[in-house]
Design a protein around this ligand. Sequence first.
Ligand code: MG
Length: 215
Amino acid sequence: MVRLALFDLDGTLVDRQTALSDAVTRLCRSRALSPDAEHWLRIELADRATVDDFARLREAFGLEASAADLWKEYVDLMSSTVTCRPEVIEGLTRLRAAGWTIGVITNGASDIQRAKLAGTGLASLVDGVAVSGDLEIRKPDLCLFELAATRCGVSLTSGGWMVGDNPGGDINGGHQAGLRTIWLRGRPWPDGLPAAHHVVDDVTDAITVLLNESE
Ligand SMILES: [Mg+2]
């Protein structure tokens, strides 16, 4: 029997906020950016980052470097800064050993999300990855969930689980994809969304739920 577990990346498997803060600090030092530019970056990149943000940065602050160069440096900094805690790596390793198929489904630009997966060592632990930038579709779009399952070599019709921190994208998206869901609490829960099957404080607790699952 196939057991599929899909995981969100940012705020679920990795702590994007800490990595973002460090990467912005290092980028601003490297490029000698003004405090205003640094403040701008911290606000504009808070939820996600794309090369377009660096085109706007360049325009707003009259920078000479190309948007592509700034973006590349940012991607390199993020991939070297972001970490996945050892207990999360260990948990995923145990899931695999228990026969689970593991996928990552994430909203973001393809290059940076894949650089983060490689930089954290997660890439070698997952069977398939679907990044919204691959197809320009975002969670909760069912198509991205279907892509994640296909890249894991399975079908959503066999069921499975979705683990994430975003009520709409991860939990409602997973629900609409016919998956059972585990929510990492933190954000406010919007009215009207179906409840997650489990609510936990940390992704390692979610992995424990899956390991205890005896379907
Ligand atoms: Mg997230």
